[in-house]
Structure formats: structure tokens, C-alpha cells
Write a new protein. Structure first.
Lengths: 328, 128
């Protein structure tokens, strides 16, 4: 039992720092974004599991042979007033910390969901009044704004893709199609769930390198995944041109400095400084260079290896927690 | 009969276009006029549009913080809280701004771009 908590703590540490740092510097995720996405999810889940697990197992060490047995005796103490003398101060401390961390993670996840949904609802309400339907499909609307802007607002059946006048004017039909396919890929692949989970993960543990790196990587990977969907029907040149026009068009001096202040809100082009949140400006650069000089995807063997590693990452802490007497 | 959503939109368009606050009665008449003018798309409110319906729409808009009423007068007069341009600016601020949780709310085709990156992309396009 003691060795189990020790191993879980080491696993939690490795997953909190060196592994995400290495993965965020690696070049291969751009070649197989889906595989990389699975790995990031496994790292986050296994990291949380081993953090909580390490503390739980340490705290329950005197009363149980494995997690289930330990929890059963703990329940006996809490609900049936069985003697607690077996647990020392540090055991109780670890158990409380595990309970707090679990509650904190769950609470942050729910709070983030609530905040995101509230902002989306407000945004949708305003869009219903301000935007006009577009010819490009039921879920697409056009808003009158000079900068080329395209985004999607996820919301299940009420998901909507928004294009600006400026964008419609700047893009050729094929480029516009590429943009729409890209945005619809975000919606149909439910990228909003990933964004939500990793935003909450970062919100909950902002001082952990892993949460910031994971969010940045996930933001970048979903763009690549959506680009890949667009490439199935549109040519590479079309997509590159669309990206370049939207990116450069909105920061051209004429538009980029076109800032107007109304009701306390300042609006300008996309030339936001590099400090802007987790949406690393490198995302666009890596997307374009990935399209300009494409690398072959990882070989099937390597992809299977990474997926197997992801499964192992989840299986090992689970096994350490559940299997009785494993490692004694 | 138009849906409440369509009516909300029509009412806001009237309030944004008009300079002064308007009563529900005035708005009802204007909506009826619009539909008589027969501009097809938004014009199925018809003459039978009840003032109570307009009041329902107005109170919904008030709850959303888009419309405010002057309470001193009878009947109440309604006006838009801020202009159409202001609301568009609010939306675009949310889209283009760098609020930390914006990434999770909506997904933009192009995220933040640095000036040097934009220059490279323009060169790629053959500008400059």
C-alpha cells in the first residue's frame, strides 16, 4: 500500500511537469493531431487520477489493503462510528486533501461549464437580433463588421457559425467554403467539450505547467483537426489563402488600427498582442507551416504505440488503486 | 403569426431606427404598417397583432437587458439600452478580445496573430 502511494505520487509529478513540457515541444503532434489529442487527454486524466489516488492510498494505508477495502473501512468510521485510532494525523490530512482536491476539480468543471454556457446564451441572444441568416445553410449567419472574422458558437442543436461582411467580401467562394467546413468540423467533432474540459483543468490548477501547456496544445490541435477536414474537399492552396487573408486582412493597418470605442467596448482587428490568453499566436504559424511543408503522418506502428501508451497511462494508476495487494 | 424571436428582432429594429422612446401601442402600429407594406420576409405579423403580445416581447427584451422603460409616464415608453453598433461592438469584443475564457466559449477560424506573422502571411499572398 505504501509503495502504491509512492508510485502514484511519482506518476503524478511526471505527468505534471516533464511529460507535458516534452510533448509540447515535440514536432510529431502536427503530423497526427488526433493521436496527440488522445495522449493529452490521457495525461490530464491520469495526472488527476494519480494525484488524488496517491493521497487517498497514503491516507487509507493503515485500514485497507487496497482502495476499495480502505474506502469501506473509512465509510464504517464516518457512518457507523467505528474506531478511528488506526489513522494518524498525516493520514487524515492526506484524506482531507484528496477529498478537497476532488471537490475542487468537480466544482471547477461545473462552474466553468456554467460560465461558458451563460456567455454563449448571451452571445446567441445578441446574434439573433443583430445577424442576418446567410445563404450558406441554416446554421450560418452574417454579422455586419468590416474585419474578416469567422467563428462558431457551439450549443448543440443551436450551434451557429458566424461570418462577417468583411470576410464575405475578402474571400472567394471556394475559400469561404473551406472556412465553413473548418468551422463545421469544430461543431461536428464536438471540440467544445475538449475546450471546456481543458479550460476547467487549467482554471482548477493554474500553477501547474501541465494545465497551461495542455490547453495551448489542445487549442492548436483542434485547429489542425478542423483544417484536415477542410482539406478533404478543398485544395490546400485554397485553405492557405483563406487563412492568410483572414489573418493578414484583419491586421492590415487600414483595418487593424480601425478601432472604435462604443459603450466602453473597444473593437479592433486581430492584431492582438502575444499576451492573449492560452490562444498562442504560434497556432496560426504552425498551422500554415504544416500546410506549406506537410510532413507525412506518423506511421501506423507509432500511432498504435502512442495510443497504447495512452491506455497504459490510464490503466496503471487504476490498477494500482484497485487490485488488492499489488505491490503489497 | 410570427414567432416571438422574429417579433423581438422586429421590435429591436424599430427601436434602433427610431430616435425616441416608443409606447407599445406605437410599436404595434409600426409593426402592422410594416406588414401592410408587404415587405414579404418579416411581414407576417398582420393587423391582428395584439398590444399584449408586443408587451410580452418588450418584457422579454427588458429581461435580456436590451430594452429599458421610462417609468414616469403612462403608458410606459420603451427604448433600446444601447445602439445596434454598440451591441455589435460588444459581440466583436468578445470574439476578438483576449479574455482568458474566450477560447472555450467560441472557436475562431484564426486566433490572435502577431504583427510580424501577419506580415509574413501578406508576403505569402503577394501583397507588399
Amino acid at each position: 500500500m505504501f509503495w502504491t502511494s509512492y508510485l502514484l505520487a511519482v506518476l503524478a509529478l511526471i505527468l505534471a511537469w516533464p511529460v507535458p513540457v516534452l510533448l509540447s515541444r515535440a514536432q510529431w503532434p502536427a503530423r497526427s493531431p488526433f493521436t496527440a489529442m488522445v495522449l493529452w487527454q490521457a495525461i490530464a486524466l491520469a495526472g488527476g487520477l494519480s494525484m488524488i489516488g496517491a493521497m487517498l492510498v497514503y491516507g487509507l494505508e493503515p485500514v485497507g489493503d487496497n482502495l476499495l477495502a480502505g474506502l469501506r473501512s473509512l465509510a464504517g468510521m464516518v457512518f457507523y462510528n467505528e474506531p478511528t485510532t488506526a489513522l494518524g494525523f498525516w493520514h487524515l490530512f492526506a484524506l482531507s486533501a484528496a477529498a478537497l482536491l476532488t471537490a475542487h476539480l468537480v466544482f471547477t468543471l461545473l462552474l466553468t461549464y456554467y460560465k461558458i454556457e451563460r456567455q454563449r446564451r448571451r452571445h446567441r441572444e445578441l446574434l439573433a437580433l443583430l445577424a442576418s441568416p446567410s445563404d450558406d445553410g441554416p446554421g450560418t449567419v452574417v454579422i455586419s463588421h468590416d474585419s474578416p472574422v469567422a467563428y462558431c458558437l457551439p450549443g448543440g442543436a443551436r450551434s451557429v457559425t458566424v461570418l462577417s461582411d468583411g470576410l464575405m467580401a475578402a474571400l472567394e467562394p471556394a475559400e469561404l467554403r473551406a472556412v465553413l467546413i473548418h468551422e463545421n468540423a469544430h461543431l461536428s467533432q464536438r471540440h467544445d467539450l475538449l475546450l471546456w474540459a481543458f479550460a476547467a483543468w487549467r482554471q482548477a490548477l493554474p500553477w501547474f505547467p501541465t494545465t497551461r501547456l495542455a490547453q495551448t496544445a489542445v487549442n492548436s490541435l483542434i485547429e489542425m483537426l478542423a483544417d484536415d477536414v477542410a482539406l478533404r474537399t478543398e485544395s490546400k492552396g485554397t485553405l492557405i489563402k483563406a487563412i492568410a487573408i483572414v489573418a493578414s486582412g484583419s491586421s492590415q493597418p487600414t483595418v487593424g488600427t480601425h478601432a472604435f470605442t462604443t459603450g466602453g467596448a473597444v473593437v479592433e482587428g486581430n492584431s492582438v498582442s502575444a499576451t492573449g490568453g492560452a490562444d498562442s499566436p504560434r497556432t496560426t504559424a504552425s498551422r500554415v507551416s504544416r500546410l506549406l511543408s506537410p510532413q507525412p503522418p506518423l506511421t501506423k506502428g507509432l500511432r498504435i504505440l502512442v495510443l497504447a501508451a495512452s491506455i497504459l497511462l490510464l490503466a496503471v494508476p487504476t490498477a494500482l488503486l484497485i487490485v488488492p495487494g499489488l505491490l503489497g | 403569426m410570427a414567432s416571438l424571436g422574429e417579433l423581438e428582432r422586429a421590435v429591436m429594429d424599430l427601436l434602433w431606427a427610431g430616435q425616441e422612446a416608443a409606447t407599445a401601442n406605437t410599436l404595434r402600429d409600426l409593426l402592422a404598417q410594416d406588414s401592410e407594406a408587404g415587405d414579404g420576409s418579416a411581414g407576417h405579423q398582420g393587423k391582428d397583432l395584439a398590444v399584449t403580445t408586443v408587451l410580452t416581447v418588450l418584457s422579454r427584451l427588458e429581461k435580456k437587458g436590451l430594452v429599458e422603460r421610462e417609468r414616469g409616464t403612462r403608458p410606459h415608453r420603451y427604448q433600446a439600452v444601447s445602439s445596434r453598433a454598440d451591441h455589435t461592438a460588444e459581440l466583436m469584443h468578445e470574439v476578438l478580445g483576449s479574455a482568458p475564457d474566450r477560447e472555450a466559449v467560441l472557436a475562431r477560424f484564426i486566433g490572435s496573430v502577431t504583427e510580424s506573422e501577419a506580415a509574413t502571411l501578406r508576403k505569402l499572398l503577394g501583397y507588399n
